[in-house]
Each structure stands twice: as structure tokens, then as C-alpha cells.
Design a protein around this ligand. Structure first.
Ligand SMILES: Cc1ncc(COP(=O)(O)O)c(C=O)c1O
Length: 386
């Protein structure tokens, strides 16, 4: 028996990484010691207090019932408290929804607001969920918002035809380019959204993974943002908890209500015990600055970043040291897929930029989610290949 996929599934673009994954699996089967600089998943563990909290909260028998679709009220209170401490932004509890990681929210917001044929501005290159998991799976039309090196990988709103655009995604600190923005760009984004009646979905998943004193802003710090914006964040990267699936969206009440309505038909909120762990984790912030464990975490990442940037520079691939995220995005001076395959031949996995969108062609993304020694070894192999 064969079943026909729904048209929207057929509209999903071909999975460009399939061939890379096939080669990687072949190499592993041959016993090649592959160093992966391609995964956006921290290798460092969650802080001990989070692991202890997970044990305690999972052991509490009261924490195993359904949650509320919008999330437990103490969780939402912790999120509003965190926004006040971290960004000095005042949010009410009904302007927060708990998520099973921010990816789910970024995808489900589309189901609440995108009608068939609506245009959705998606940065290019970008995290593929905006164009695929959200727009295409909601029968919308993704419209590329090019992020170009000459603009510091920031969008040029003046070049956008905003007609028919219902919603747009923005993400800074950015995956895959690692670009950051200041409040001036965020102000432009809010004004553009307001002038054109566009829903602004701001993905701030990397707000806490920052270096050299940089502090990433929230879109909600911008005057008027609450009229048009919803911001997504999670504990995944901040607390090295990617597998625990706990995140949140905050912002405009109507947007939060729409997302909550979708979720109430699909899931029943994150497990209560993970929400309680998140309450403890967010409470580790006593002010705007990162708590001690996160400072240490970011210093480890920063050292790795410096090693990778310096060594790639010596080999002839220059890039600026990113102020945030655990990604390097550099010009590979040619076909990104061919470049990544050449690296695989020496046992290093990196991600070809074209996999993040047409504008990603000519670039490669490397992650520094490997111990320093492995990164040093990868650099030696890369130097050998070029
Ligand atoms: C830009 C960006 N947004 C969101 C996510 C989703 O993270 P999570 O669902 O774990 O919160 C990721 C994960 O890699 C990401 O890179």
C-alpha cells in the first residue's frame, strides 16, 4: 500500500544535508574518527544545581499531572521575573506561554496566524524552521529576507516589498551567521512591522551565549514592540538543556493567546517538573549579569572560538570573532557543499551554508561545541586539507 503525502509536505524543500549525513555515516562505519563541528548542541553539561533540581522535581509525585496549556503560573512568574532582571522589561503573566523548547513555538505560531498564500518574511540564511516547519507547513509562502555580509548580516527593510506579508521572523544573535545587532536595528524592525501591520516573531535563543562583554538585547526593550512582537527563548542553550525541551514565548497578548490556542489542541504544555526546574534555573540570575556557571561556560566557549578563528585565519579563511552564539560563519571561497565534502575527507564535519538558504552559498558554518583538544585536532586536519 502507498500513501500520498499532503501537498504541503511535498512543498518542503529537498533536505540538502542528506548526502552529507550519508557520507558521515559511511565514514563512521569505516571507523574514521570524525570530529563534528556541525552540531548546534552544547557538549558541556547542565550546571549541577539544574541536574539536582531535575532529580528532586521528577521525584515529586505531584509533578506528573498535565500542565496548563499556557504553562504553570509559577513558571510564568519566573519568566516575567527574568525579563525584569535581565532586560528591565515589564511583562504580565498572561503575556507568557510555556513551550516544549522554542522550536515548537516558532513553528506553531504559524498555525495561529498564517493563512494559505500569506507571505512570511524569513531571513536567508536562517534556521530552517521559519520557512519550513512554520510557513510551508501552514500553506504560506516564504519570502527571503536576505542577510548579506556587506550589511553585517542584518536585514535591509527598505528593500522589502511588504505587500501581502503577514508575519516575519528575525533572529539575533543569529544562527547561522553569528551576527549580533544593536537596539537601532531592533527599532527599525519594530517600526517596519508596525508600519506594515506585520507580526514580528523574534527568536532570541542565543541571548545568553555571549562574549567579550556583549549583552544581547530583547526586542521587547524597544518602545512599541509589545504592539507587534512575540519573542521566543528557551533554557536549551543558556543552561545546556537542549534535550529537556523547555522554553517560552513572551510578548503581545493576542499573539500569545493565538499560540496558546494552537498548543491547547496539540500538547498539554511541558512536563510540570521541567517547568519547576526552569523556575530554579531562571532564579540563578540575580540581576542583568549572567550567573557564575554561565560566565564560566561562556569563557570556555570563548577560548574555543579564539582557537578556531585564529587557526582558520592562518589557513586563509578569515572571519571576525563572533560576539555571541557558538557558531563561526566564514566565506569558504567557493561551493559550500564541495568545501564541506573536502573536510569530511579529512574527518571533519562542518555545515555547508547553502543548507540554510540560497544566500548561504559560499559560506560554511562551524560550531565550537567540542573540547579544545578536538578543535585543535580538527584545525590540524583542515590545515592539511588546504
Ligand atoms: C536560531 C535557533 N532558534 C531556536 C532553536 C531551537 O531551540 P530549542 O527548541 O531547543 O529552544 C535553535 C536550535 O538550534 C536555533 O538555532
Amino acid at each position: 500500500m502507498t500513501f500520498d503525502f499532503a501537498e504541503r509536505i511535498k512543498r518542503l524543500p529537498p533536505y540538502l544535508f542528506a548526502e552529507m549525513e550519508k557520507i558521515q555515516n559511511e565514514k563512521k562505519a569505516q571507523g574514521v574518527d570524525l570530529i563534528s563541528l556541525s552540531i548546534g548542541d552544547p557538549d558541556l553539561p547542565p550546571p549541577q544545581f539544574v541536574v539536582d533540581a531535575l532529580k528532586d522535581e521528577a521525584a515529586d509525585k505531584k509533578n506528573h499531572n498535565y500542565s496548563f496549556s499556557q504553562g504553570e503560573s509559577d513558571f510564568r512568574a519566573a519568566v516575567t521575573g527574568w525579563y525584569k532582571k535581565r532586560f528591565n522589561v515589564d511583562i504580565k503573566q498572561d503575556e507568557v506561554v510555556a513551550l516544549l523548547g522554542s522550536k515548537e513555538g516558532l513553528a506553531n505560531i504559524g498555525r495561529a496566524f498564517i493563512n494559505p498564500g500569506d507571505h512570511v518574511l524569513c531571513p536567508d540564511p536562517a534556521y530552517p524552521v521559519y520557512a519550513n516547519g512554520s510557513t510551508i507547513l501552514c500553506d504560506g509562502t516564504p519570502v527571503a529576507l536576505p542577510l548579506k555580509a556587506e550589511n553585517g548580516f542584518r536585514p535591509d527593510f527598505e528593500a522589502v516589498d511588504a505587500k501581502k506579508v503577514k508575519l516575519m521572523y528575525l533572529n539575533y544573535p543569529n544562527n547561522p551567521t553569528a551576527a549580533t545587532v544593536d537596539k537601532k536595528t531592533l527599532k527599525e524592525a519594530v517600526e517596519f512591522a508596525k508600519d506594515n501591520n506585520i507580526i514580528l516573531c523574534y527568536d532570541n535563543a542565543y541571548s545568553e551565549i555571549t562574549y567579550d562583554g556583549y549583552k544581547a538585547p530583547s526586542i521587547l526593550e524597544i518602545a512599541g514592540a509589545m504592539d507587534v512582537a512575540i519573542e521566543f527563548n528557551s533554557l536549551s542553550k543558556t543552561f545546556n538543556m537542549t534535550g529537556d525541551r523547555i522554553g517560552f514565548a513572551v510578548g503581545n497578548k493576542q499573539l500569545i493567546t493565538g499560540l496558546t490556542k494552537v498548543k491547547s489542541q496539540i500538547d498539554s504544555g511541558p512536563p510540570v517538573y521541567t517547568q519547576r526546574v526552569a523556575v530554579k534555573a531562571l532564579a540563578s540570575y540575580i540581576g542583568p549579569d549572567a550567573p557564575e556557571f554561565l560566565k564560566k561556560n561562556n569563557l570556555i566557549l570563548q577560548e574555543r572560538r579564539d582557537l578556531l578563528v585564529n587557526t582558520l585565519g592562518k589557513i586563509g579563511f578569515t572571519c571576525e570573532k563572533p560576539k555571541a552564539t557558538f557558531y563561526l560563519w566564514f566565506n569558504c571561497k567557493g561551493d559550500s557543499m564541495a568545501f564541506a565534502k573536502k573536510l569530511l575527507d579529512v574527518g571533519v564535519a562542518a555545515t555547508p551554508g547553502v543548507g540554510f538558504g540560497k544566500c548561504g552559498e559560499g559560506y560554511v558554518r562551524m560550531t565550537f561545541t567540542q573540547p579544545k583538544e578536538r578543535i585543535a585536532e580538527a584545525c590540524e586536519r583542515i590545515a592539511g586539507a588546504f
